[in-house]
Design a protein around this ligand. Sequence first.
Ligand code: GDG
Length: 732
Amino acid sequence: MPQPTFIVVSNRLPVTVSKKDGKLEYHASPGGLATAMSSVEVGGEMLWIGWPGITSDELTTSEKRSITNKLRKDYGCIPIFLTKEQNLNFYEGFSNETIWPLFHYFQEIAEYNDTYWESYKEVNQLFAKTVQKYADNNSVIWIHDYHLMLLPGILRAKITTASIGFFLHIPFPSFEIFRLIPQRKELLEGLLGADLLGFHIYDYVKHFTTSVTRTLGHKAKHGLVAYGDRQVRADAFPISIDYEKFSSAVNQPEVKKEIELLDSYYGDRKLILSVDRLDYSKGITHRLEAFETFLDNNPKYHNKVVLMMVAVPSRTEVEAYKDLREKIEQTVSRINGRYASVDWVPVVYQFQNQPFDKLVALYARSDVALVTPVRDGMNLVAKEYVATKQNSTGVLILSELTGAIDELPEALVINPNDRNGVAAAIRKALSMTKKQQKSKLISMQQRIKRFNVLQWSEDFIEQLTNSKNARDAHRAKLVRSKDSEEITEQYQKAEKRLFVLDYDGTLKEFVSSPRINQARPPRSLLNTIKKLCDDPKNEVYIVSGRPRSALDSWFGDLPIWLIAEHGYWIKHNGEWHASTSTDTDSYKSLAMPIMQTYTERTPGAVLEDKSSSIVWHYRNVSSELAYARKRNLHHDLVHALKNSEANVYDGNKILEVKPVDVNKGILIESIEPETYDFIFCAGDDYTDEDMFRSIADIDYATTIKVGLGETLAKYQVKSVKDILNLLRTFGS
Ligand code: GDG
């Protein structure tokens, strides 16, 4: 088999193309992603697809061709050329004026604009088209970040069995924030096209799965989302840095030279460092104001401390960034105006990107790193600062609203909105002993070193491969024509055959109401069952959660066994009898009033009172309300029934209270499966798993789950239609 192609897709390529005096230039793009990818091994070719940082409006056709050739040949990259307009509406617009602010909890500045959204869809389609040119069903595709949230879904529809992973580099906000975006449904459906979704920390995973459940109504448990015929996994993969690069850089002569320069300029003044892209999520003005408060409260530090503020230009065309820049510059001027003296400027502000050597020298020389985002997916600056401090001292002050806080709890933890708290942390940092500083640094360094960016990418790819293997294993259970022939052959050879068939969801598609008329078996189904009964070697059981009356009215004329209420009632030769002596009244009287109250309070919910159980159906309740009500009802019922003989079961859009000793597994054991030489048992939900488990070791038992979730059954089919087709092969 050919090796899979590994494709990385991100908005920006690791190489940026620019044009100077009519000549094309190629530079490495900033950021650690390229390093992270350098170690990934999937055996086959690796390609990187993305935008090279220059719009097609600025290029001639022959320049585009030349860029395409060079990027492919020298860098393994495939460029996607965006127009100026797409850059404006897709990148600056939907990505950076809608998603970015909202996902960082700046809902008041998020723009909801149809043109932005149309462009976002268009560019995601454009990316998909290019990916499709290079990918096939065997490929491993890793998509990065919030610009491309629709891409997994678009690709899944085209290349159905490729391994698709997605990593979000920014926070996934809580559902209350996420729900504000009008396109929330489309974005989630797009993401769910992936097999594996990576987030920096578990909080974001939880926010994502809650949003899926409450927006789309799909169940999510332990990060696993059951989505159509697939399972999508969401998990935390905290991104890290190239630890080796930062920890060893201080020894390089160029960096040493820069440190000497800083030393000669600042002497023994304390340096407080602030480094970020100029972005409102980074809390830069909060930082400045806290520093001002620190100066107000601590005159003894005047002339002895300098705040070195590096703000890297970012998204300079977006209005909010222009406003922020102005505000920062005004605040810097105010502070310097208030405190500067002939030989002291308290805030040194640089609105420019620093070369790597200078950046590392700043990390190395600074006594304190002041990292105060009001929201940050992870924050790599904090990790880089800690990694650079080899055999030296320094204090990290870190906002509790960054993802990095989980791995760097030894930092002085601050809330960026607490101006006095941050000022107090600066003072504390400046007065900590060298020993205290070292001990904190060492603990943090050990942690980051163990899990650096290479491990991060390897871990993600490994989990992505595992997801694919799990999916393949899942598919391996699907009944193919060869399996079908084998089952029919066993059937033909057998002398005494048992059929145990669940009804709703197995022999008949679910209907929106539990009412009996809608769920009535069609004539074709009755004929199929009748044909099975016509063979004297066959015994047929229809098992259902429904009440006796429904089964009587549907199948009363057929010579079969009927099992009602999941095994509580059994009918043979015209007589119903209960399979247990549990006193149903005692637990029903506890559960009924609670379930009635919830039904009245929940539009769309239906209560079904069976003789042994009570079922609360929420199939027709809006998914958000269903989520909230079901959780609370489950909790109240478990509490009320804790000393009773009944349990609460969480089924397919139902909650059911039923006796502990009634289940389909106990039922099938009572039928004495060992007295048959062919068993065919089919079902679709959690109650049927008890049957599958109870006959799992019998080699002449064929167990089949209808639907593609996890199962103990030997085989699976996708739909009711498939199981009926299989049943029709018997006796024909
Ligand atoms: C996003 C998420 C998440 C900064 N100034 C200079 C410079 N940098 C480099 C740093 C660091 C990177 O830029 C900044 O990374 P951050 O993680 O701090 O922040 P974002 O750019 O917002 O990144 C963030 C990250 O994605 C990864 O998933 O952690 O939460 O927002 O590496 O060193 N590099 C140079 N000169 C500078 O002046 N050379």
